[in-house]
Design a protein around this ligand. Structure first.
Ligand SMILES: [Mn+2]
Length: 208
């Protein structure tokens, strides 16, 4: 009874659990990586971006990209990246990968410019290919969007290049059953290269 009353004017619980970590280059206070996410019912859109280099200039570039995302996070992925590319002009530029997970279609769409790595983690970890380029520098003539099946219970992971790209599920027994923030933090602890900003974003279907 009470639960019904309390639940009456509450938003429904999110269908996604999203968590991430952004850690600056060792010795610096400012992080040149950034991420953001937007949940709309059964669809979540997430972006992770890596401003070139590190320090303040990288952070300015990364903020330009995430602000462009925030302005219209439900737009087509290519459109968001085009907007982000325009926003990053005049900065030193950034790499960014954006993904949209859809639980009804059981599908994930991924588009990336530069080397922010995307992974679907199911029984094994499968890396999704992104395009070469730099937001804010190169003209984005054609943005490729890859669509892949999203198996039930799968994780989707974005990592900047401050995180080693070779990793193995078997090295972390049980980790991938944890909540996204824990997974991201442990991945950073174990896989950060230690000479760049490093970020990890993890999203999965929320437990119900
Ligand atoms: Mn980097």
């Amino acid at each position: 009874m009470i639960a019904t009353v309390l639940g009456g004017d509450r938003a429904p619980p999110s269908r996604y659990a999203v968590g991430g970590i952004c850690m600056p280059h060792p010795g610096l206070q400012v992080c040149g990586d950034a991420w953001d996410s937007h949940v709309d019912g059964s669809v979540v859109t997430i972006i992770a971006c890596d401003g070139l280099g590190h320090g303040d200039g990288a952070a300015v570039a990364a903020r330009a990209v995430t602000a462009a995302f925030r302005a219209a996070p439900a737009a087509p992925l290519a459109e968001i990246l085009q907007r982000a590319g325009r926003a990053a002009r005049g900065t030193r530029g950034a790499a960014a990968t954006i993904a949209r997970l859809d639980l009804e279609r059981r599908e994930v769409a991924v588009a990336g410019i530069g080397n922010v790595a995307a992974w679907i983690v199911d029984a094994a970890a499968k890396q999704v290919v992104t395009q070469h380029g730099t937001l804010g520098q190169s003209a984005l003539t054609h943005i490729h969007e890859e669509r892949l099946r999203l198996p039930p219970g799968a994780l989707f992971v974005l990592c900047s290049d401050g995180i080693r790209s070779r990793w193995n599920l078997d090295d972390q027994p049980g980790l991938f059953g944890h909540d996204p923030t824990t997974i991201a933090t442990v991945m950073w602890r174990d896989l950060a290269r230690g000479r760049d900003d490093a970020s990890v974003v993890v999203v999965r279907e929320a437990a119900r």
